[in-house]
Design a protein around this ligand. Sequence first.
Ligand code: WTA
Length: 649
Amino acid sequence: MADIESVLREQRVFDPPAEAAGRARVGSMEEYERLRRRAQEDRDGFWAEIASELHWHEPFERVLEWNAPDAKWFVGGKTNIAYNCIDRHLSGARRDKPAIEWVGEPGDRRTLTYAELYAEVAKFSNALESLGIERGDRVAIYMPMVPEAAIAMLACARIGATHSVVFGGFSAEALADRIRDAGAKAVITADGGFRAGKVVPLKQNVDQAVAKAPVDHVVVLRRCENDIAWTAGRDSWWHELTGGASADHEAPALDSEHPLYILYTSGTTGKPKGILHTTGGYMVGTYYTTKLVFDMQDDDVYWCTADVGWVTGHSYVVYGPLANGATTLMYEGAPTYPEPDRLWKIVEDYKVSIFYTAPTAIRALHRAGDEWPKRRDLSSLRLLGTVGEPINPEAWMWYRETIGGGRCPIVDTWWQTETGAIMISPLPGATPTKPGSCTKPLPGIQADVVDRQGNSVGTDEGGYLVVREPWPSMLRTVYGDHERFEKTYFSEIPGFYFAGDSARRDADGYFWVMGRVDDVINISGHRLSTMEVESALVSHDKVVEAAVVGRPDEIKGQAIVGFVTPKKGLEPDEELARELMQHVVVQIGALARPAEIRFAEALPKTRSGKIMRRLLKDVAAGADSKGDTTTLEDGSVLDRLAAERGYEE
Ligand code: WTA
């Protein structure tokens, strides 16, 4: 393996392997430049050409209507994304090609060809309609990673119901909030899912959630054969609903701007935002980026390890790959179950050629030891991808050498729930890569690094990552709160989309994303707001005040540290720390469990009463507070906090 010190010192650049360049759609930087210029000079023409590769029930009249910050793409066009992901492939050789390859955690398997996927989606579309679900209704999906999760999404999309997938790791409380905010009419779930050898009690969580946020229907897939409670009239079994349903369903023509899905993500405040994506633009964006960034070919076996509960699962497990007629692999369980070679065994078994995962997984699998990947034949791999957080050069090099055998290009893809699709990324056959950089914006994407006034900053200067021009898969609003949409994304730096990340650009024009500039923390590539965790902590009756910060973590990227002021008279101890950690799990989900709780009589505040999180960050990281403390109300608080011992997970 290349010596990491020398890679960093020499700022090594890795050229795309000749083989990748030879077969790629974009095989050189000259070609990339040509595309980029074309998109810049004729934005509408560029996107119209890509859109025309897809099926439109009725053609669009105009490509874009832009009244900043409101965009309408492919105006007047009528289409159906499920039709484009399935029906479009039924007439040719793809009909009998696997659309979904699925592996359950206990080892069960299933293959669905495009023809079989069509039948399943048609049946479930008919089933939903038989329940009275109509165009425009919202439907929550709270499922394990099974084919039915994708089938449920595609069926909703097909009939024009707006889906809201909630990650199965979220708690009943978090699910209830999301059902309520979206006004969902139905929840689709399973009796459970398998994770690290255990059953995740999904239906039980749904029962608790809908007790608080009622829905008309709960559809339950039988997956684990475990005992569940049943509410007659409200609950129906998936297999009973679809048993008698027709395996044909005509995809209706939906407006290009028809709301496709809502996906909740964390922002600065405690309340998650329902990011809304619409049909036509999102379809074009995910189709285009999958084709270009993964250079998807008909013989590829493509595997993105994300859960469908996150945007990566929406865009790059379901919609993007299927719109391209690809074979997409889904795996239900934990990456290291029963042993740390589980993922590599799947790569071997299915001859996976494209593998896309998050830095946190790469670091964890690296730490598990090289013997695990070495036991498996990974020679089918031709391309590797990463997403979700900055990747450290050590992890990048291990990924390249040990997993990719030194022959696979790595695409480090920067994007967000809000952007809907990849924005900045190498093209595998063209872009020379540098470990840790997501390189250059895709053709059609006008990303920049600017100062507060919106002026581009100089080479290697830090600034705010923005997008200067609209793009098809951009979010359209925050569901039910258009003002928050405007304020969060289009007011910070007037005229531009504000991503909330800081970045710099080097002399070659390569982007280096540094991290969030807001109160969002990134735990294992999952977005959480510090305020969300704070709200959870203060909702506990033994807590007076809480402040939450992230501290660097070798595997997860960041870990949560909660500073807590307990009620007067309470003697804080390890037991209380555990109780509070568990409380956060109940309020939000296991992904938000603090790694450490530190008790404090008081938190450092400015004279105007604001908690100084910046100082707490230093304390949490064990660093001396170098920041400006002149506005601190009581300096001794900080010393006491630093001396205080924390309770670790
Ligand atoms: C971070 C995930 C560095 C970033 C698709 C962004 C990244 C947030 C990268 C969005 C990357 C994502 N390099 N940072 N390649 N990809 N991020 O909405 O901070 O879950 O703002 O979308 O993840 O997270 P989200």
